[in-house]
Design a protein around this ligand. Sequence first.
Ligand SMILES: [Zn+2]
Ligand SMILES: [Zn+2]
Ligand SMILES: [Zn+2]
Length: 312
Amino acid sequence: MCWSNATLFYGLWVTTASLNFAATAYKATRPTILAIDLIISRRRRGQLEVEGQDEKTTARELPEEVWELVKDHLLGLEVRQVELDTLDRLRCFSCGENNGGSDCCCPECEGAREARWTEWGYPDCESGYCIENAMDSELLWTRTPEQVEAIQALLAHHGLRMPSTEMWHEEPESYYCDFESLSAISLPLRSANSLVFPSARAEGMHNFGPGCSVLSFSLEALLLPADADRRFRRLVSNYRLRVVDRTQDSALAPNDPHLSINSTPKISPSKDEKTVVKTASKKEAEEEKETPKLFAEAEPRWMLWSLCEPCT
Ligand SMILES: [Zn+2]
Ligand SMILES: [Zn+2]
Ligand SMILES: [Zn+2]
């Protein structure tokens, strides 16, 4: 059975990898972060008791901003460590440290002995084993229940959730090898019938015509909490999430002032032209960056996500 989903959510798209690293880091730093938050809140209420500190500066005198900096630094280190640990697990033998060049100490040979693939992304691996290891891991195209649970805990702590565990693959035909897949994060909504995130799901019997599904929204569901954008900002900056904006179009009011900025509407290419345009559009994409965008890349917004899955 073929199916399609349309989901309205207020949120952002981040790379699945950065979300996974963040969720693992959240779990690992939970006790420390809780302790720092406790210090901050006690300090605010003037209840911080510090024992046995004779030095000039005590924890009591450290301003809140310093504690926030400590927290930020700690999270930055942890997220990076999770990334490095992941790469260590997936890196093939010949890309590992000390596996290139001879014992010679000249800069060239020393450079060759440094580990390759030290930042997440498509590995620069000659044998291809790093890529195979990554494809076999459950990091590129699927999520383990543990990952989902860790991500949900991180998001819930920020008053957010995933509208769906499905990922966005830019090249669907090579989804299994997608190092840059995206995940959606959203303000929480729930369906009237169940706790799941509301989504209009239509199913179609193959070759037996289209299927339909309609979802209605209460006015309250569309109201944004006052701290909505702050929730995303805190999460994205504390946990070093990589936000990516791949939205293709925006819905505007008929008299939106942005319309006068982009006065020449783009004629979308026909189906046959599309593949050509995709490869030839690199320069065009660079030019597009110049034109003022409706939203900043990391700016949360209402988005309609449509996803279809053909039957196999
Ligand atoms: Zn040498
Ligand atoms: Zn390798
Ligand atoms: Zn079908």
